[in-house]
Design a protein around this ligand. Structure first.
Ligand code: CA
Length: 239
């Protein structure tokens, strides 16, 4: 399946007006789709609201530091994050890498350098049109682009958190097969599984609200009582 090449979506989290303006103009001219947040809270809120391909994250931000924003984004997503620091600002590179940043640039930087770095992190992630054709799984009205970690439901992109994506991928890879709770938990969470046994059910519930036509009467992810869950292959009539 092919689709029109999409513009790379950049979320710029930056509070300095002069940089915001120059970046917006420059990146838009380079063909990027730019969204701007002026502080840490707004950055995180926008990030959770709509999918982006790459984040440019200033370190010194009002309300919430760039480091904390980076940690929060990383908890939910593998999106490439480029940290932007001010000249003379002390930057702990080891810490940046530990919290999952992909790269960093120091202000002032040239637009060309920034664009090259954005393309480089996307290439490293194997994301978007720069990469080889991606693997897709289609099942009725669902389409998952595995490499780009994207899900389309009836043609619209739906944003999934990391574990939701992993869980749905596992289900999609095993259509019609009952997957036990133990297998799902082990494969999706492994030793990360903390909390009560409801965590799996909470994730299934959220997936249903995203993909089912009627989440209260699920037809795609069905419950096998006392055992686990099953992803239903498409009915002969199609969905
Ligand atoms: Ca700043």
């Amino acid at each position: 399946m092919t689709r029109e090449p999409e513009r790379i979506r950049v979320l710029v989290v930056e509070d300095e007006e002069s940089f915001v303006d120059a970046l917006t103009v420059g990146l838009t001219r380079e063909g990027f789709d730019v969204t701007v947040a002026r502080d840490g809270h707004e950055g995180l809120a926008l990030f959770r609201e709509r999918p982006v391909d790459v984040v440019l994250l200033d370190l010194m931000l009002p309300k919430m530091s760039g480091l904390d924003v980076c940690r929060s984004m990383r908890a939910d997503s593998d999106v490439p994050i480029i940290i932007v620091s001010a000249k003379g600002e002390e930057v702990d590179m080891v810490l940046l890498l530990e919290i999952g940043a992909d790269d960093y640039v120091t202000k002032p930087y040239r637009l060309r350098e920034l664009v090259a770095r954005i393309r480089a992190v996307l290439r490293r992630r194997g994301a978007h049109e720069l990469a080889a054709p991606s693997t897709e799984i289609a099942a009725g009205d669902l389409r998952m682009d595995v490499d780009a970690r994207r899900l389309y439901v009836r043609g619209d992109e739906v944003k999934l958190r990391k574990k939701e994506f992993a869980l749905l991928l596992l289900l999609l890879e095993n259509p019609g097969r009952v997957l036990t709770r133990e297998v799902l938990i082990d494969r999706v969470w492994g030793s990360d599984y903390v909390g009560d046994t409801k965590t799996l059910d909470v994730h299934v519930k959220r997936l249903r609200t995203l993909i089912e036509r009627d989440p209260k009467n699920p037809e795609r992810i069905t419950t096998v009582r006392g055992v686990g869950y099953r992803f239903e292959p498409v009915s002969p009539a199609g969905l």
